[in-house]
Design a protein around this ligand. Structure first.
Ligand code: NCD
Length: 340
């Protein structure tokens, strides 16, 4: 895959051989992500970070990754304060923003809308989540996390067994991750969801044609058995037509320490794209798992920074120059990385 100047819209753009260079670049970014060093390689460049749907993590993570490369960030959030509230088209917004910035990240509630932004401009556009469609950068950071937690090398992902749990119909992170994992050999997918929230058929077909194993079940206990990775998701409240329909599924699947210890494979890694719905009656992971060494969810969010730095550096074609401007970081910071 050619990164220079490219949009990142879907994981379909990636072949297995593109992952190693991306992850090698991400590994090189870790000294900056962990605030040991600073680089100014993107000094003078501007990221337009356009989020038309709720987000804390992805928006701040994209912004911080760009800042850590020395670039500047302009954020907009929601429709209310944007010109789209005055009826402006995606084409016009995208074209106008291209005059102000060097790269755009867009999150939008409609599947396919981010591609429309990309079609209207020639600066690179990165999909920060398009409705129930895809979330490619989340899947890449998830895969990077799987690699670091389970083995260390990309080849260690072959033969992996993963349980994906929750809202597999509307959850864009699992759509992207399932497609990426199907690039490997002999993956075993256990898809655990209510019948009405099953993984889209075309994704299951795709996995099956690559000769991976796929099992679908509604039963959490049955589904997690033997899984190396347990990947929980939130029921996507915002995609349901009524609160009543959403309430039918909320809290259906929850894992606490006792369940983990009695039902999951020893050493199984617990992942979640976050946010966890922490309200009573939901809690995909219960609070009693805080501090558990196999709960990888915060290491997963930390990994978002080096992965997004790597994507920016590759797309803007400065990956080989990042260390040229490197200096020691001078300010105080506690060592937060690696803690739960
Ligand atoms: C996810 C998303 O927005 O798709 N969050 C994220 O970006 N990490 C998952 C979710 O909202 O449930």
């Amino acid at each position: 895959m050619k990164f220079r100047g490219s949009d990142i819209l879907s994981v379909d753009q990636f072949q297995k051989e593109d992952l190693q260079p991306l992850f090698d670049t991400a590994a090189q970014m870790e000294v900056y992500a962990t605030r040991q060093k600073v680089t100014r390689v993107l000094e003078g460049s501007v990221l337009a970070n356009l989020f038309f749907e709720p987000s804390t993590r992805s928006r701040v993570s994209f912004g911080s990754a760009f800042n850590r490369l020395g670039g500047e960030v302009r954020d907009t959030t929601g429709f209310t304060f944007s010109s789209m509230a005055k009826g402006e088209s995606i084409h016009d917004t995208s074209r106008v923003i291209s005059g102000y910035s060097d790269v755009m990240v867009v999150r939008h509630p409609e599947e396919g809308a981010v591609k429309q932004f990309a079609d209207a401009t020639n600066i690179p556009v990165i999909n920060g989540g398009d409705g129930p469609g895809e979330h490619p950068t989340q899947a890449l950071l998830d895969l990077y996390t799987v690699m670091k937690e389970h083995g260390k090398r990309l080849e260690d992902i072959d033969g992996l067994s993963i349980a994906m749990i929750g809202d597999l119909k509307y959850g864009r992170t699992v759509h992207s991750l399932a497609k990426l994992l199907s690039l490997f050999e002999g993956t075993s997918f256990s898809l655990i969801s209510p019948k009405q929230l099953r993984m889209p058929r075309e994704i299951i077909e795709r996995i099956r044609t690559r000769e991976h194993q796929v099992r679908e079940t509604e039963n959490l206990e049955v589904g997690v058995k033997g899984a190396d990775i347990v990947y929980m998701t939130r029921i996507q409240e915002e995609r349901f037509k009524t609160k009543r329909e959403f309430a039918r599924y909320r809290g259906r699947y929850s894992i606490d320490r006792q369940f983990y210890e009695n039902r999951c494979k020893e050493g199984a890694i617990l992942m979640h794209p976050l946010p966890i719905d922490s309200r009573p009656g939901a809690q995909e992971y219960s609070d009693d798992l805080h501090g558990h060494p196999q709960l990888a969810v915060y290491r997963q969010t930390d990994n978002g920074i080096p992965i997004r730095m790597a994507l920016f550096a590759l797309v803007l074609d400065v990956a080989d120059k990042v260390h040229d401007t490197a200096k020691d970081a001078l300010w105080y910071h506690p060592n937060v990385i690696d803690s739960n």
